[in-house]
Design a protein around this ligand. Structure first.
Ligand code: AMP
Ligand code: MG
Length: 339
């Protein structure tokens, strides 16, 4: 009897121990900060497979960075920009299919053949320059995604065209990271790619994640609000991310293909919240170019696919209907409704 009692005790205590360590294993976080795609990135995965998942994700980031960088000599974008045509991988094809859809639906506001204009303004080399009318005219004549064709795995650009996937690449990358996390058995995690956040599942305690949205007029870290999300991406485009100043005027990196100038329509940041990272990234750039009125109309037509937060230069904050219970802000907000 005494022996049995001791035996039970051992069994119970080992049970309890296993119970605690299982919980601890589930909650342990593996985080890593890296620099890629010209930006600081931070990856976190929870659970016992966190470390291997983050390492696999990091490899994928470097791979995608290499194929899409405008300067990596063995990359797809670099070589196609040089030769006008070339083979593309499945990843590139997928991104370009999104780009095609966005270009058509935004009537050209989103255009990955924007490269000649990015280059002319100096954003590709950091040799910034306000172009002349003639320079703009020449560069704009080389922009137009409708001239780009894909046949099987071969991409051909229009005459003298060059592409820049900077408006959509990070969203695709964050979605790929979520897939990699899942393949490794991770159910909770998050990535931030230069402020573009995507989360997998909920936090380990079951709560939604809180993702801050920067105040475009404030300093780094100052927020206009925060959104609570699970299994979503929160991607922001803002003129404050990359810009230069000349003669007291600021010129940022999101170019309106119709004017050749940095988009200037009163919208100073666009945040897209969606399940789909690639779509969200493309849309954040596209709707920034379109301006509040057109962007709102676009959302009404596509409200099943995403939610959005628009901030104007008068510090007005427009929040789409589906976010109304998940958006916290000290600012006055206006809810945008479908009807
Ligand atoms: P994002 O921060 O996602 O808005 O991306 C901005 C980047 O997108 C720029 O740095 C360019 O690489 C690229 N870009 C700029 N203007 C456009 C445009 N009208 N359409 C597509 N990509 C653009
Ligand atoms: Mg974007």
């Amino acid at each position: 009897m005494a022996l049995l009692a001791i035996g039970m005790c051992i069994a119970l205590s080992s049970c309890k121990k296993a119970g605690i360590s299982e919980k601890a294993k589930k909650e342990q976080a593996y985080s890593k900060d890296i620099f890629a795609m010209d930006t600081y990135m931070s990856l976190t995965a929870y659970g016992e497979h966190g470390e291997e998942a983050v390492k696999a994700a990091e490899e994928e980031i470097h791979h995608l960075d290499n194929i899409w960088s405008i300067v990596s000599k063995d990359g797809e974008v670099y070589n196609i920009n040089k030769k006008g045509t070339g083979k593309i991988s499945k990843d590139t094809k997928t991104v370009l299919e999104y780009a095609k859809r966005l270009n058509e639906e935004t009537e050209g506001a989103f255009d990955v053949t924007i490269y000649p204009l990015m280059d002319l303004w100096g954003f590709t080399t950091q040799k910034y320059h306000v172009p002349t009318k003639e320079e703009l005219r020449q560069a704009m004549a080389r922009v137009g995604q409708e001239y780009m064709t894909i046949e099987d795995d071969t991409l051909t650009l229009g005459e003298q065209q060059q592409m820049d996937l900077g408006g959509i690449a990070k969203g695709y990358t964050s979605s790929r990271i979520m897939e990699i996390f899942k393949e490794h058995g991770v159910t909770s995690g998050m990535v931030s790619l230069g402020g573009n956040v995507q989360v997998l599942g909920t936090k380990v305690n079951g709560d939604k994640w809180n993702v801050g949205i920067r105040n475009p007029k404030g300093n780094d870290g100052e927020l206009i609000g925060a959104v609570s999300v699970a299994d979503r991406t929160v991607i922001t485009s803002g003129g404050y991310e990359r810009y230069f100043e000349e003669d007291g005027k600021t010129y940022h990196h999101i170019i309106d293909p119709f004017t050749g100038y940095p988009a200037e329509n009163g919208l100073i940041s666009v945040t897209i919240i969606s399940k789909d990272g690639t779509l969200a990234d493309g849309l954040s750039t596209a709707l920034f170019v379109m301006g509040t009125k057109q962007a709102t109309e676009y959302w009404k037509e596509h409200h099943e696919e995403f939610e959005a937060v628009f901030v104007t230069d008068e510090s007005k904050v427009y929040v789409t209907e589906g976010l109304k219970d998940d958006f916290q802000s000290d600012y006055d907000i206006e809810i945008v409704r479908v009807n």
